[in-house]
Design a binder for this molecule. Structure first.
Ligand code: DSN
Length: 414
């Protein structure tokens, strides 16, 4: 733990120390979380946080930006090479802000957009009525087939023909299958729409060659940098050359002020890490682990939505155990296993209850766990879900989870 912080502000230092223990002792199955490397954490905590640098490299509104320019130029060059795109903006502070800027760059108030339904795997910013996206634009949505639980591409095409959106958005937060970007491109071309891919969840898989890339098909790509990509908290927008000016002015000055130069430095570090052969192996291991975990849970009698997974996550229907997603989340938490309840397609239960949990393998794969370890974790999960919430039973699992998990280093805290 940092000495200065402990001396100056013991309360905050204690909370950080406690979270180091929590992250070490628990099994983290939150599909959108990961462990940033020590180098990424060091850049995030650097003195670059002190600098204001409104504008872009070589075109700033403040003096003293030479190092900010170097950092942002490196980040842009690295992410363009990593994903094979023409244009990159590395300033968005979050995924929602990246999506907001992408919409500002391509739409006007009231324009029509077609996005994936939130309760079938989409995101709040893909048109939810309680989000700016659903308030500023007219959204229609698509979802998955009832039987196969995979994206209903024919329905996407039919809705697009009728609704005539200016923009089609694909990408998901809870979809376990490969997304057919070529098919989305075909549909967008047929109706004269732009295509945006929100690859936040799968960016690391794409960088590591474990999921097809949207780059040949999308006009715009948005992503966070802290999920499978394993960088600092933040986001990016990638685009075709023709959208460069619109994207950059949509981020600054339209939506954000000063960029977080320390976060951009950490993004640059993460982009370099993601270009290594080790990261390729990591991306493949995430998917292998997800498939092993899904297989073991199905073997234990749980229903895996769509019958399995092609990526880093699975949706587990816990209703065969006569419990809700909320109850499952609570029991898992009691056992030291951190996951989130999640709606399954056509879920009869409301979003605060749900019939499912979303489980992801990016974080524990970063700790070096392998497919054999997934069998052990599946055993803990099944035992917890069969505990009826019994405190003694959960405490027993929790102590075994702790001794298992603490055998694996957490990157960044070793
Ligand atoms: N909160 C993120 C997730 O967990 O998928 C999406 O923004």
């Amino acid at each position: 733990m940092p000495q200065m912080l402990a001396a100056q502000d013991p309360e905050i230092a204690a909370a950080i120390a406690s979270d180091i223990t929590r992250q070490t002792d628990e099994i983290n199955l939150i599909a959108s979380e990961n462990y940033a490397s020590s180098a990424v954490l060091e850049a995030t905590g650097s003195v670059l946080t002190n600098k204001y640098a409104e504008g872009y490299p070589g075109r700033r509104y403040y003096a003293g930006c030479e190092n900010a320019d170097a950092v942002e130029t490196l980040a842009i060059d690295r992410v363009k090479a990593l994903f094979g795109v023409d244009v990159a903006n590395v300033q968005p502070h979050s995924g929602s802000q990246a999506n907001m800027a992408a919409y500002f760059a391509t739409l006007t108030h009231g324009d029509r957009v077609l996005g994936m339904q939130l309760d079938q795997g989409g995101h709040l910013t893909h048109g939810s009525p309680v989000n700016f996206s659903g308030k500023l634009y007219e959204f229609a949505s698509y979802g998955v087939l009832r039987e196969e639980e995979t994206i209903d591409y024919d329905a996407v095409a039919a809705t697009a023909r009728e609704f005539k959106p200016a923009l089609i958005v694909t990408g998901a937060t809870a979809y376990p299958r490969l997304i057919d970007f070529a098919r989305f491109r075909e549909i967008a071309d047929e109706v004269g729409a732009l295509l945006m891919v929100d690859m936040a969840h799968i960016a690391g898989l794409i960088a590591g060659g474990a999921h097809p890339s949207p780059a040949p098909y999308a006009d715009l790509i948005t992503s966070t940098t802290h999920k499978t990509l394993r960088g600092p908290r933040g986001a990016i927008i990638l685009a075709r050359q023709s959208l460069a000016r619109k994207v950059n002015s949509a981020v600054f000055p339209n939506m954000q002020g000063g960029p977080m130069v320390h976060a951009i430095a950490a993004k640059a570090v993460a982009f370099a890490e993601a270009a290594t052969p080790e990261f390729r192996a990591y991306a493949a291991a995430i998917v292998a682990n997800a498939q092993a975990l899904a297989g073991a849970l199905a073997g234990g009698g749980l229903r895996i939505v769509s019958g399995g997974t092609d990526n880093h996550l699975m949706l587990v229907d816990v209703s065969p155990r006569d419990i809700t997603g909320q109850e499952a989340e609570d029991m898992l938490r009691g056992a030291g296993i951190i996951a989130n309840k999640n709606a399954i397609p056509f879920d009869p239960l409301p979003p605060r209850v749900t019939s499912g949990v979303r489980l992801g393998t990016p974080a524990l794969t970063s700790r070096g766990m392998n497919a054999g370890d997934m069998d052990i974790i599946a055993g803990f999960i099944l035992e917890a879900l069969d505990s009826s919430g019994d405190k003694g039973a959960l405490a027993s699992i929790r102590s075994r989870v702790k001794s298992f998990a603490s055998g694996f280093l957490v990157p960044g805290v070793e």
